[in-house]
Design a protein around this ligand. Structure first.
Ligand code: GDP
Length: 466
């Protein structure tokens, strides 16, 4: 499995800094380091940092003092011999060091190639390799924590028992087919159905975690809507804790979409403050209103702002109905610091008409963008409106990645087909096709296929060789 070429790349981001590191991986990593640096004559000690000099190969003059660390394979990040050379973080030195390594035969690594090698050399499975990328790209500590758990292999551990029971079920059915004359009782269809049902429920629960996991990883988009002058921009600013949208008492000034990213409960949120929806006065405003409608439709969650210091507007009922049809929404009853003219019962009545249209009823939160009252509660509701009740699933066992969700979903579909086939008492061979499919999909999550193990399981469990 070992790759023959040795790769090299700066492991630290471009730019100046205290330290800049070049990483080498491959069979010639140690040799290249020895030729580039002034190393002591004895072999480098494993996993120990050594201070050495980096001379210019042209004239032998010292360019930098560097720290070199040798990680012999297979107990290294990539599973191959790895050398890390940390110099002072000067782009000039780093690029010259890279040139020297290349001159000695190292190839510049492709993006992600160190982690690819780690995967190919069995140091980590696919879901762990993807977690490395997620960890590096995380924007909040929370995202980093979830990625770190997945890097430890929590997602792989979560599906492993499912893979094992599928392998067992397949092995049992295969044995019934292959060795039918050898007194091995074939499994009754009811039992197959029950075993598949248990699997289907467990994998289904995993698929459900994507609802929240996707948001943890990618963040969510939140659209603010409402009639002009109800306080959308002020609510937006309060939520963002900054003055970004222009707040003004003249209706219709928020003409364009204003978008801003912030974090709420450690989840990245893109707020889109939309132009007031109302009959447009001119073409520019008409365009703004069209954009608003689109943003409201595309958002993960919608905030409909009402002004409780004003009497009920027919337009508000219409907006409530429209919003609820589009998905999770929260009603923000704003300006509660002023004398209240809009009765809670009127809002509730409009919300009830939503429920009749079979979409989830939005919660109603009273706020004052002026005093800040109600904003804690609003933050909590925004998160729970999108995620629903997440239950007790451990963070590391959430599906956060669209590819993972896709393979889990396909595995689930294959199990459903197997279940139907069992219910229709179809021949075991046909059921097996779906079970293999379900197993293969689970294997795609980690990049490992357990299909080869099946014969092993048959022989170890069933004593067929008698
Ligand atoms: P938008 O057109 O919906 O974006 O509304 P703005 O945020 O521009 O606010 C319109 C006016 O209402 C401004 O004068 C704000 O200062 C005022 N306003 C917004 N929220 C509140 C609030 O909670 N209480 C009070 N008293 N005034 C508010």
């Amino acid at each position: 499995m070992m790759r023959e070429d040795t790769i090299a790349a700066p492991a630290t981001p471009p730019g100046r800094g205290g330290i800049g590191t070049v990483r080498l991986s491959g069979p010639r990593a140690g040799e290249i380091a020895r030729n580039v640096l002034q190393l002591p004559p004895q072999p480098l000690e494993a996993r120990r940092a050594t201070l050495v000099k980096f001379p210019d190969p042209e004239d032998g003059r010292i360019l930098d003092e560097v720290v070199v660390t040798y990680f012999p394979g297979p107990r290294s990040y990539t599973g191959e011999d790895v050398v890390e050379i940390s110099c002072h973080g000067s782009p000039v030195i780093l690029s010259y060091l890279m040139q020297c390594c290349q001159a000695l035969g190292a190839r510049v690594a492709e993006p992600g190639e160190f982690t690819l090698r780690a995967f190919l050399n069995g140091r980590m499975d696919l879901s762990q390799a993807e977690a490395v990328r997620d960890l590096i790209e995380s924007r909040t500590l929370y995202q980093a924590r979830v990625a770190a758990l997945q890097l430890e292999g929590s997602l792989s551990a979560r599906v492993k028992p499912n893979q094992e029971s599928l392998v067992n079920l397949i092995a049992t059915l295969e044995a019934g087919i292959d060795f039918g004359e050898d007194d091995i009782p074939a499994m009754p269809w009811e039992e197959i159905g029950q075993r598949v049902e248990t699997l289907r429920q467990d994998i289904g629960a995993l698929a459900e975690t994507y609802r929240y996991g996707r948001i943890v990883r990618e963040g969510l988009t939140l659209a603010l809507a409402g009639r002009p002058n109800v306080g959308k921009s002020s609510v937006f600013n309060r939520l963002l804790n900054m003055e970004r949208a222009i707040v003004t008492p003249i209706p219709g000034t928020t003409r364009d979409l204003i978008s801003e990213t912030a974090t709420l409960d450690d989840i990245p949120i893109r707020f889109v403050d939309t132009a007031g929806i109302r009959p447009a006065q001119d073409e520019v405003e008409q365009m703004g209103i069209e954009k608003s409608r689109q943003a409201i439709a595309d958002a993960d969650v919608r905030l409909l702002v009402l002004d409780v210091s004003e009497a009920w507007h027919a337009e508000d009922s219409e907006l409530i109905l429209q919003m609820c049809r589009l998905g999770p929404s929260v009603i923000v009853a704003n300006k509660r610091d002023l004398p209240i003219r809009l009765a809670r019962s009127a809002i509730e009545k409009a919300v009830l008409s939503c429920q009749a249209s079979s979409s989830p009823a939005p919660s109603i939160i009273y706020t004052s963008a002026k005093t800040g009252e109600g904003f804690e509660e609003l933050r909590d509701h925004i998160i729970s409106a999108v995620t629903g009740k997440q239950g007790q699933t451990a963070e590391g066992e959430w599906l956060t990645n669209a590819r993972h969700y896709e393979v889990i979903h396909q595995s689930l579909q294959a199990l459903e087909r197997a279940q139907q086939a069992a219910a229709q008492r179809v021949h075991h061979e046909m059921i097996l096709l779906d079970l293999y499919d379900a197993l293969g999909r689970l294997g795609e999550l980690t990049g490992a296929t357990d299909v080869e193990n099946i014969l092993g399981v048959i022989f170890s469990k069933f004593c067929i060789g008698k």
